[in-house]
Every structure is written in C-alpha cells, then in structure tokens.
Design a protein around this ligand. Structure first.
Ligand code: MF3
Ligand code: CO
Ligand code: CO
Length: 301
C-alpha cells in the first residue's frame, strides 16, 4: 500500500498540524511532538499496525550487528580467495563452511527453493545468480551477496568485486553502483521518506547515464530475510513511508550500464539484463537512528 506524503522535503521538519509521522492519525502537536523519547516505543505499535514494520530495539540491533560482522568477515574471506579459474560453486563452499563454522546459518539456502548458500552474480547477471560450474574469468565483475542468520538475526550485505584488470565500462558501472548506495544512505534520517532514498539513487544513477532495476528492491531485514517496508531504488521525494528510528532495511541498488529491463533465466532465479549490458550492486543493512543512520554492515564506499 502506498502512503500519503508526510514530508515534502528532507530539510522540512514535521509541522505542528501535520499528521504525526508515528502513523497515529493524530496531528503531530497532539501526538509525538515534544515527547522526550518517542522512540521506538511510541512508533512501535502504529508502524506495525499500519505497515507491518517491526521496529528494532537495542538488543535486536546488537544481534543484527553481530550477524553483520560475520557477513563482512565472509565477504573479506571471499575477496581474499576469489580468482580467475575458480567456479562459483567454490565461492558457495567458502561462504557456506565459514558461516556454519561461525555458528550461523546461510539464509539463502532453501529460501523459497534457492538451492545454494550465497548469490554469485557475474557481469550481466543482475542478482540471484546460483553458484555452479561457471568458471570465473579475468575481467569479470562478480557480486557476492551474503546473509547469515546468527542467533536468529539476519544481516544482508553484498559487494561487487573485479577480477584482474577491469575494462572502462566495468569500472564505471561499479563506481556508479557504489556511489548509488552512498547517495541512498546519505538521505536516511527520521522525517525523510522511503521515496527520498529512491529519488536520490535514481537521480544520481540516471544522471550518470546508467539505469536502475525496478523489479528488485531493498527491504526490511533483521528478524526475517525480507520484511516490510520495500525500499525501491527509484521514486519521488517525499513519497512513501516516513522513516523513524528503529527501522532496519537494506539499500541495494542494482545499476545497469544499458537498459533497466531484465529477464529471468529458466532456473527461475537468475536475473540478467535484457540487453546483455553489465550490472553491479552494493548492499548494506541500515538502521534509522535518532539523527540519521548507522550501517549494521559497515564498509567503506
Ligand atoms: N540477498 C538477496 C537480497 O539482497 C536475496 C537473495 S534471495 C536468495 O535480498 F534466495 F536468492 F538467496
Ligand atoms: Co537484500
Ligand atoms: Co542481499
């Protein structure tokens, strides 16, 4: 369900007579305005009722952070091992064994029938590449997307790696994908909306002559793999759900060097660019804080 515009732009504060961003339906002045610590308790019920969003408390955030540290260590391991000549299935083995060894479960395995423990998406593959016999080659762009479940908490993060010396087009799409995530993150703060995130990404990526995939979006995460809200990487300023502290979601823009259209292969998972152009992606799990955001899977962009 699409929601009404609560805030027109990111600098604007909620007006006294505006609807309260907690979703109560009351005016802001009659509701959360002036409350010392409106978070997350005051939004908890209304955000669940209205949007089925489960806000995270301190203990949950610590749990997701721990899963996030494991996810990043997994990506570091992959980065140190990945090389031409390797099959994508070997990456799966690395990720699977490392995850299990650290007391966690790889969320992708058997998720809606996904047969492996990690998504490995090469070149024109946008996302959901299934590890198998494909051999990595010099010059490939390889996105590795990991989601460990540790003590019941999920953290979801991915990076795109270069193999060997990338061509100019490969360098560009990776730069734009990386910067797209950064742009999306930069507008995460209470009062801004999900649409502000999408707009920031779309405006930047299309300005660079690239396109933004529509069919796959960021998502709430933490208690489950995919929770509300959906976080499109395109959109309009001020539209969609207002961000409040305690929301945890991914931002994971898939950026194509050609058109935005995609095709799903016969395996029912692998999404590839329709025109065969390159695609790249970076993903982090983001917490909305009282004055901005914190990445729960932080790495430099
Ligand atoms: N990790 C992906 C995401 O970012 C989801 C993969 S679903 C799977 O949302 F089944 F393919 F693993
Ligand atoms: Co995700
Ligand atoms: Co992911």
């Amino acid at each position: 369900m699409k929601t009404k515009v609560l805030l027109k732009n990111k600098r604007m504060k909620v007006g006294r007579n505006d609807p309260c961003p907690c979703g109560s339906g009351l005016k802001y002045k009659k509701c959360c305005l002036g409350k010392k610590d409106p978070i997350p308790g005051d939004y908890k019920d209304s955000y669940y009722k209205k949007y089925k969003i489960r806000l995270k408390e301190k203990v949950d955030i610590e749990g997701i952070k721990a899963a996030g540290r494991l996810a990043l260590a997994t990506l570091d391991l992959v980065e140190s091992e990945i090389r031409p000549g390797m099959t994508t299935d070997e990456i799966n083995t690395l990720v699977h064994d490392f995850t299990v060894k650290n007391g966690a479960t790889p969320a992708p395995l058997n998720y809606r029938g996904f047969p492996k423990s990690v998504c490995v998406s090469i070149n024109e593959i946008i996302c959901h590449g299934i590890p198998g016999e494909r051999v990595l080659e010099e010059g490939d762009l390889v996105n590795v997307d990991v989601t460990p479940i540790l003590n019941g908490y999920y953290a979801d993060t991915s990076k795109t790696f270069f193999l060997g010396t990338p061509g100019r087009d490969a360098q560009k799409i990776v730069r734009v994908a990386r910067e797209s995530l950064k742009k999306g993150m930069s507008v995460v703060r209470p009062g801004n909306t999900v649409g502000d995130i999408g707009w920031a990404i779309q405006d930047y990526a299309e300005g660079e002559g690239c396109s933004v995939v529509r069919e796959f979006v960021g998502h709430g995460v933490g208690f489950d793999f995919h929770e509300p809200p959906q976080v499109p990487h395109y959109g309009r300023k001020g539209e969609g759900i207002a961000l409040v502290p305690g929301i945890v979601f991914t931002i994971e823009p898939m950026i194509n060097s050609g058109g935005k259209e995609l095709r799903i292969l016969d395996d029912d998972w692998t999404a590839v660019t329709k025109d065969g152009s390159l695609s790249a992606q970076f993903e982090q799990t983001i917490l909305v804080t009282e004055d901005g955001f914190e990445s729960l899977t932080p790495y430099d962009l």
